[in-house]
Ligand binder design. Structure first.
Ligand SMILES: [Zn+2]
Length: 105
């Protein structure tokens, strides 16, 4: 089993990276015609792309928060499908995985 303190820190770091970005994207979506938005031209040519990005990042934030919750409650690293431990390599690649490789589909 991986060191939970390390995993927790990785997740929290990622959350800190994502949260301001998400807030910025959502701020942009709320004010699509705002010409004062400094990064508008380079960052957002296409609202559809922007919305999809926002959705992806939002779901990542939710998955990270879920993983942090499972760490706090001692259930982290176990498949929510079959309750078997999730392989360490899988958690390494996907720290907020909720299912083992067998239950992933
Ligand atoms: Zn499983």
């Amino acid at each position: 089993m991986a060191d939970l303190g390390v995993v927790k820190k990785r997740l929290e770091d990622r959350l800190r990276q994502l949260a301001p970005r998400l807030a910025r994207i959502e701020g942009h979506l709320r004010t699509p015609g705002d010409r004062d938005w400094p990064e508008q031209a380079s960052e957002a040519q296409n609202d559809e792309v922007l919305e999809r990005l926002s959705e992806t990042e939002r779901s990542e934030v939710e998955e990270i928060q879920g993983a942090l919750g499972r760490i706090a409650s001692g259930r982290y690293g176990h498949c929510i499908g079959c309750a078997e431990p999730i392989a360490e390599g899988r958690l390494e690649a996907l720290p907020y995985a909720t299912h083992c490789i067998d239950c992933a589909d």
